[in-house]
Design a protein around this ligand. Sequence first.
Ligand code: SF4
Ligand code: SF4
Length: 181
Amino acid sequence: MIVNTYFCGMQDFIKQLPQLAKDKHTENKKFFAKLKKKPPKNLDLVMEELHTKEFERTDCLTCGNCCKTTGPLFTDKDVDRIAKHLKMKSVDFEKQYLRNDDDGDFVLQSVPCVFLGIDNYCSIYDVRPKACQEFPHTDRKKFQQIASLTMKNIEICPAAFNIVEKMKEKLQLSHKTNRRQ
Ligand code: SF4
Ligand code: SF4
């Protein structure tokens, strides 16, 4: 099931996502287990295509749910770059905006992210953390390696949810094609 946000409003879709992800949990778990066991040779290419197509139709500015609900990890490089942009010392930036999570990583003190505007624009977009640049990681190479993370991301990211649905459809199709050959 691919949710078309033009017919079902983005906010409604976001509200439904945790339940939709729950409903798909067993199916997705089995799918990713199979994918990990035997990833198709063209997986990187398939993911790149699915990611590009999805983000042609999904406008993050109508969503912002990742920035509102989770927030990224900040690497030391992220901290230095953003602090410099804000003309702050890195240590002051850390004190003002960040805390250490249970794993000792830097995360936001609170969500929604303090840098998210009411129009869903990021006020530090050009220097935003690498994790923000890469989210929801659906175009990364060897996608099968981030199955657990993706299972979590589809609970909050409408685009990731749709990409995984499309991915299941597409990879099933290619299996059928292979059997005919
Ligand atoms: S830094 Fe920007 S992109 Fe990252 S969570 Fe905050 S508002 Fe979103
Ligand atoms: S990356 Fe996903 S959760 Fe974040 S704003 Fe875009 S569609 Fe929404």
